[in-house]
Ligand binder design. Structure first.
Ligand code: 5AD
Ligand code: SF4
Length: 455
């Protein structure tokens, strides 16, 4: 780290400006949080952020590979970066994240993208300073991809986008091997952080003024099972609830197969835990779910939804849904619509199935033609969106508490924030409210957001 810092200081003395960095983040909240750590380390080494990619001295892409179009985007961007590098040979281009954990990608990068300076993966993020130093000293491409994670690197500095809201990794990796999903191959086996490390981090965040924490893991419901002293996620949640200064706790993602009564009770009893649950359904057909290796049925999923709603009547549910999984029939698809009608989500992340090389589903027979999948997708939105509108209509006329996040990009007099139920609210107010939880009366429901008025 010191060597790169010195190298950057020399640059600053010579050119009268610091070296600039640009970090492009794709994909999920896990990646977003990894990028906060990358930016933290780069800042400590003397880089300053810029939002103009073409002015940067160091460009890093933290990639996602969950669907094919994410990867295509990266290849396209790399071509463009090559033209930038021709104009500025000093530019260092780095690629990390999930995409680089795949052999097919590495082969393609080696063959066609030799101008990429640094390539590393999801398990050795913390090695960025060493790898950068190696690149500077050798002047050659540095590639370091690990197949598995060893110990969890604690204490990486991180620069958060907002100082009142923070993500906290509670575990890494995934053991579930849903047949469509590449994550277990690129993020490795499940590893939980020790509860004392998590609590220490959250206490520090609270002292820094953080009000809302998002506990992150691919399957938080199986948190703690692999620790020397096993503990459940429900127990962890109760511990986090005790941290002074924290006002809201969120978590994702919950796998329905592991959602215990103990966790439902902990959610209900912990006053700081937001009454909002992300519960990926993926498909409503038990037969498709079996082939997806989700290990629950339509009935079990719906029982769970009922149980959660009985325990916490004001809870909102969000979900992930995949349309066009191999072998999905019109009847299977209708079952997905059934679940949508019954679960009544307030938000849903909907995806067309994307074939990922190396996953079991990629070689399943009866891949669904794109036009059929697309037609189902559109029909699903026709059912889903009116339900989302109806679900959010209950807030109209009511008072709610909003954690103010930022000024609207379209209108400087408008603030945006989120309710406990994770609904986006726009209302008129001053920027000094950012970071505060304020009471707002909801005036209008715009389906994907609400319009309110400060009380
Ligand atoms: N195709 C489409 N969607 C996918 N997801 C994961 N893998 C795929 C794929 N191959 C979706 C799932 C998951 C979310 C993060 O991304 O719905 O819950
Ligand atoms: Fe992928 Fe399934 Fe693991 Fe989620 S639980 S990351 S969908 S394998």
């Amino acid at each position: 780290m010191d060597a790169v810092r010195k190298w950057n200081q020399e640059f600053q003395e010579k050119y009268g400006r610091p070296r600039k960095m640009y970090c492009f983040t794709m994909g999920c909240q896990m990646n977003a949080h990894d990028s906060e750590k990358l930016i933290g380390v780069l800042t400590e080494m003397g880089y300053v952020p810029t939002d103009k990619e073409n002015e940067a001295d160091f460009v890093i892409y933290n990639t996602c590979c969950i669907r094919e179009n994410a990867e295509q985007k990266v290849y396209g961007k790399l071509g463009w970066l090559n033209t930038l590098k021709k104009k500025n040979p000093e530019l260092i281009i780095a690629l990390c994240g999930c995409m680089t954990q795949q052999d097919v990608v590495i082969e393609r990068l080696q063959k066609t993208y030799s101008f990429v300076d640094m390539i590393f993966g999801t398990f050795n993020l913390y090695k960025l300073p060493q790898l950068l130093c190696q690149r500077i000293e050798s002047g050659k491409q540095v590639m370091d991809i690990w197949k598995e994670g060893s110990d969890i690197a604690e204490d990486m500095p991180s620069i958060r986008g907002q100082n009142f809201k923070a993500s906290v990794n509670i575990m890494y990796g995934c053991n579930n091997f849903c047949t469509y999903c590449i994550v277990p191959y690129v993020r490795g086996r499940e590893r939980s952080r020790k509860p004392e490390d998590i609590i220490e981090e959250i206490e520090k965040l609270a002292k820094d003024g953080v009000k809302e924490v998002m506990l992150l893991g691919q399957n938080v419901n199986s948190y703690g099972k692999t620790l020397d002293k096993p503990i459940s996620f429900a127990e962890l949640l109760r511990m986090v609830n005790e941290v002074e200064g924290i006002e809201r706790i969120r978590f994702m993602t919950s796998h329905p197969k592991d959602m215990s009564d103990e966790l439902i009770l902990a959610m209900k009893e912990c006053d700081k835990v937001c009454k909002n649950l992300h519960l990926p359904m993926q498909s409503g057909s038990s037969e498709v779910l079996r082939r997806m290796n989700r290990r629950y049925t339509k009935e079990k999923y719906l029982d769970l939804v009922r149980k959660v709603k009985d325990a916490m009547p004001d809870i909102t549910l969000s979900t992930d849904i995949i349309v066009g999984f191999p072998g999905e029939t019109e009847e299977d698809f209708q079952e997905t619509l059934d679940v949508i009608r019954e679960a009544r989500y307030s938000t849903a992340f909907t995806f067309l199935y994307s074939k990922r090389t190396g996953t079991p589903a990629a070689v399943m027979e009866d891949q669904i033609p794109e036009d059929v999948a697309k037609d189902r997708f559109d029909r699903m939105l026709d059912i889903l969106n009116p339900i989302i509108h109806e679900v959010n209509e209950v807030y109209v006329g009511k008072e709610t508490k909003v954690l103010v996040e930022e000024i609207s990009r379209h209108d400087e007099s408008i603030l945006t924030g989120r309710t406990e139920q994770n609904m986006l609210v726009h209302f008129q107010g001053d920027a000094d409210l950012i970071g505060h939880i304020v009471p707002v009366k909801i005036k209008e429901n715009k389906t994907f957001y609400l319009i309110g008025e400060r009380i």
